[in-house]
Design a protein around this ligand. Sequence first.
Ligand code: SPD
Length: 340
Amino acid sequence: MLKRMLLGLILTVTFLGCGGEQNRLHVFTWANYVGDEIRTGFESEFGVRVVVDVFASNEDLLAKLKSGASGYDVIMPSDYMVAIMVKENLLSPLDLSKIPNFNNISGQFLKRDFDPENRYSIPYTWGTAGIGYDSSVVNPPPDSLSALWDKRYSGKFSMLDDQRESIGAALKLLGYSVNSTDLRALAEAKAKLIEQKPLVKQYKNEADEILGSGDVVMAHCWSGDAFRAAARRSSIKYVIPKEGATQFIDTVCIPASAPNKAAAAQFINYLLRPKINAKVTEFTKYGTCVPAAREHLPDALRNHPGIYPPEEVLNKLESLRDLGEFTRNYDRAWTEVKAK
Ligand code: SPD
């Protein structure tokens, strides 16, 4: 242990001092997704400086990568976006011999339709998109997506600034699939979001920040972000609406253009160590894909019913899928909602 720490210190002084690109790892991820403990732990053990930048949505990440020369070594797209990026040749195939901790991942998160052989992606965390709310204000507790159209909360709640998630919520409320490729269903969902718009205080993905600060009393948000807000303000609760919700797997990938693929693989392997992966859950409050990480978690997180919902709730969840050419209809609908 002492030897490893000394080696880490020597590497840190040597490599961080040199400051060359070889000794830097550029991570592009969601807000509040890679904690400082993870970043500095990797830096001191491997002598590679980790620079973390954040994006707000999968579509923003895609646009950045497509614009070329991003300089990122590690990115964290969600499930359906992996499929899109593979088609666009934006990802580098993974060399699993450099990621032996791949074996720590539970089979239930592998070989999914968005990357059937896990050639390009490693699962990072998983979660859901539901409703976070301040139970001291929002009463009775919401159990339906219709709460997000309730005039009593006008100007007091936020929606995800995410085209697939927000259109998905409207589609679900109307009884459609979040992956609908029916133009009429999409038009209805768009009209529903336009009807809702005057009530919405803010479109924002970092709901942990605005729910936790009390800026909004209710938010269409991702589960972990609601639980992060609850750690700050104990009256915050989270519910999966009765109509159902989306479930996502966020992944770790190496862009085709990554300057430092070797350090990227090292970082991914590091994230998959059970103890480190448990720290990811502690920080993000999303579900782990590494079963052995759960034994390193405090009881409250190990069996948290919101992070690991029961079977009857899981059965109501739907994953977002790549919709191919039809995606442009979602792009257009979302632009129209935002422009109103
Ligand atoms: N603060 C971290 C948020 C991570 C959200 N993942 C988004 C999944 C989108 N389908």
